[in-house]
Design a protein around this ligand. Structure first.
Ligand code: UDP
Ligand code: MG
Length: 318
């Protein structure tokens, strides 16, 4: 399991203890291997998170390892750092990422593993059943976030955050994305492969505070949309076309005003050129934007495809 930790001093000890109990029970039931591992990524915390991780690594000899990043790089990058480590060290067959505050229900781990093992899912997403435990503000902003995502065709599964299981090959594929602005939910949803979902209830945070104030949430939403969608650019072009059409009706209005003698000298030409030039500028910006959008998608150098299976080597599938 990979757990990103940013100033989680208050939550970590309890989280690791509970997680370990759950995993030990699963290992006892032979649902997972007895050699399960926890990887804590300290995302540049400035409280006692790192000494605590070091301590935990000593207490849970061989079960828990920690990575300390040199500075705060954000939730998404911290998760990637953990996954890269897991992959480099060839630690496992499948990995689950989960927030260190354990707001997400640990009981879903079993279902995730079962979907992976029995239904051959490469990706299993933890999806929240409801948003009852959220504040009104969070509920409302989340709703806006998902409808915005839908309208901009950003690939996300509503109410799924970073609680998910990935097979080794899904992690391999994920690590092929070279982009710097990572929006994991979108990438994972757009990767393909057999994907399962597990529904769970999320608890309110028990220890410590949320690291996502409103400004950071907004930032995250913008990041998500702009790293997957060039629709906002396209909308500039559309606005230009709409205003060009409007220019026509403004023209008719201006003409009527001239005929009725309700104008001042110069008003008509000013009025018309304002609308006409405005539309042209918007259209031109939209066209330039289209190219910039293309460049933007190109520079990401995203992998073009992943092979899911072949007629040979089925046993090497994962
Ligand atoms: N986190 C992180 N880096 C950051 C912010 C958050 O690694 O810059 C971690 C944090 O420690 C937690 C997870 O990301 O494990 C989710 O953060 P939080 O619980 O504060 O978000 P919320 O549940 O309030 O959306
Ligand atoms: Mg949380």
């Amino acid at each position: 399991m990979v757990l990103p930790c940013y100033n989680e001093e208050a939550a970590l000890e309890y989280s690791i203890k509970s997680l370990n109990e759950v995993l030990a029970a699963l290992a006892g039931d032979r649902i997972i291997d007895a050699a399960y591992k926890l990887v804590c990524v300290d995302d540049g915390s400035f409280d006692g998170t790192w000494p605590m991780i070091c301590n935990l690594a000593r207490n849970y000899q061989g079960r828990l390892s920690g990575i300390k990043l040199s500075r705060n790089v954000g939730h998404q990058n911290a998760i990637l750092a953990g996954l890269e480590h897991v992959r480099q060290e060839n630690l496992c067959e499948a990995v689950i990422t989960m927030d260190a505050d354990l707001q997400d229900d640990v009981a879903a781990i079993k279902e995730m593993v079962e979907k992976y093992r029995l239904e051959n899912c490469d990706i299993v997403l933890g999806v929240r059943r409801s948003r009852k435990s959220d504040s009104l503000l969070k509920r409302y902003t989340a709703q806006m976030f998902y409808s915005l995502m839908k309208n901009t065709h950003t690939p996300v599964v509503p109410d799924h955050a970073e609680y998910r299981l990935m097979s080794r090959r899904a992690v391999d594929c994920l690590l092929q994305y070279g982009e710097r602005n990572v929006f994991l939910r979108g990438i994972i949803t757009s990767m393909g492969f057999k994907t399962g979902m597990v529904y769970y209830d999320r608890r309110p945070r028990q220890f410590g505070r949320s690291k996502y104030p409103l400004a950071r949430m907004l930032n995250f939403a913008v990041e998500g949309i702009t790293s997957f969608s060039i629709r906002p650019i396209r909308s500039i072009f559309l606005i230009g076309v709409v205003s060009l059409v409007l220019t026509l009706s403004v023209g008719i209005y201006v003409l009527a005003a001239i005929l009725l003698g309700r104008t001042y000298p110069g008003w008509a030409s000013l009025m018309l050129s304002l609308w006409f030039l405005g539309s042209l500028i918007l259209i031109a910006l939209g066209i330039i934007g289209e190219y910039i959008g293309k460049i933007y998608l190109e520079v990401k150098q995203r992998p073009r495809y992943f092979v899911e299976s072949t007629t040979w080597g089925e046993e090497e599938k994962r």
